[in-house]
Design a binder for this molecule. Sequence first.
Ligand code: OFO
Length: 168
Amino acid sequence: MISKNLEKAINEQIKLEEQSSRIYMAMASWCEVNGLAGAAKFLYAHSDEERDHMLKFVHFLNDRGGHAQLQELEAPGHSWNSLEELFKSVLDHERYVTSKINDLVDICLEEKDHTTNSFLQWFVTEQIEEESLAQEIVDKIKLVGESKGGNFHLDMFLSGLAQAEAGA
Ligand code: OFO
């Protein structure tokens, strides 16, 4: 049985994962209307992945005697000045998500809730990948700069990442 304190904190995390899914969908939509098909594909796939994260929390909380409850969400942004700005926002957002996962682990340790701690370790590992992938994309965007050919290949690279994520 999960504590009321953790139930509340996990419901906040459910909100954050759902919000993440909407943020990445809004980013995907902006890329799609700006001729960045590969980036759009990657971000749509990433949006789906965030929904999966949300569902993992929903099922876990309900299985442990809590009640997953959805909350009102803020509207995400709709436009960005550049792909670099957009992916820097992804990186900042993922760092924030990591900090919230770490906060959840802290509560588990205080409460000696080993079951929830064990469940959260999947997310601890996942956040290493999430941050590292966002950083890699930001680095590549900086590398290609204004080069048209470089940006074409970058978009292909992002499309390939989307395919790899879908097959993972
Ligand atoms: Fe759910 O990991 Fe990204 O936000």
